[in-house]
Design a protein around this ligand. Sequence first.
Ligand SMILES: [Zn+2]
Length: 457
Amino acid sequence: MALRNPIMGGAVMRAGGAILAALALFSPTWASSRDTGTLAIALTPADGDGDGIVDRMDVAITIADPPDAFTMKTLANNVPTAASDMTAPVFTRADAPVAARVETRQEDASNAVRLWHVANGQQAPLSIAYRVTLDPDRAALALPQYELRTGTEGFSGAALSFLILPDDDIARDVTIAWHLGAMEPSARALSSLGIGDVRSARPLRPVEIGSTYVMAGTPKMVDNGAFFAAWQGDMAFAGEGLMEWAGQLHRYYGEFFRHAPDSFGVFGRTNPLNPGSGIGLTDSFAFTFDESSTQADLKGLLAHEMLHAFVRSLGDTMDAAHGLSSAWFGEGLAVYYQRALPWRAGLIDDAAFLDDLNATAGRYYTNALIATPNDAIADGFWRDTRVRVLPYDRGSLYFAKLDADIRAASANARNLDGLVRAMLAERRAGGRWIRPFSNVCCAPIWARRASTDFATC
Ligand SMILES: [Zn+2]
């Protein structure tokens, strides 16, 4: 994942994230069958005590090509998941129960998983069923907004906080079916894959499925087809205008990076403890706000999180364990472009661009821990706000210098934009786009490589 950006001394943090695709049911791209397995998810929210607030959800998953192990996060970047508040999953094959051996594994200081090993039988579909509890009184967290959170406008959360997934790296076609009978008649449901019951536009790996978001209830919504947004809670201004702005920026990003997902979703919810945070997700992102959030702040946040969804990090995801040592890359690029691209698109003015740049430079060059080396950042990230901001601030200024170095080395024929586009194109083509990079902050090496390895950018 990618954490974030405590805003000037606050406890605020933003989590950046991973990947994913979306598309409405009956998409023409779905017409031809693909040589991949399928993973079907059915979600049935319920209101056990009849007070109008969803307090539990039945989850049913069927995998056509199951592996012999399944996994679920128990701790995701310090966020406790529904793993501590769910029934034991029942595994069945052809309606017969399948025994599972349970194991827990600590991935790093901030991430842990539970594993279920089931008897082998890859040829037959396997189903998993369990119930998660949603606590309406769950205390707010100043952490990435993964956890399922429920209230009067419905519930929302990241799939990785409640979904058991195959413990493999195989991409599968994904379907999500919602059963909203227990919710009020006007309730709607959506996910990073789209609005209502959906099929994924492309096969998704488990890490990409975990990095989707779900929301159901009566959120405010903007739906422009390829771009949609939904948010729970009230902003201090008309949220619809902000989301229309985000939709324009989304179109610009697609043109700039020369590729855009078939659909893109934005999910917002309030968090009084941690407004102005966000997580980048599969073809989507999620953010938090409260009544004090200004439009200018949220525009910067939306531009930042949307950038994560387009670029991600050195690898495919920013949500992996041990990802903090490469946060300088994903967060640095996100901060660099969060002001550059809206400004170039004419979606923010000169003053807003300079405010953002000066906020970064001011915080970095006055940071008492400015000398902290990159390899010490993972260790101090959660312990000290001054360390936590370093990948963002140093990273973005590093990319500004890299851009200048590439321009200087190429007589202004090449620049950082071309380098990033080339990396993304190589990754889309299945190439080893990480190859030219090492996890070392060293501008001269990068500039030299950039001018040779990407001579045609
Ligand atoms: Zn970020």
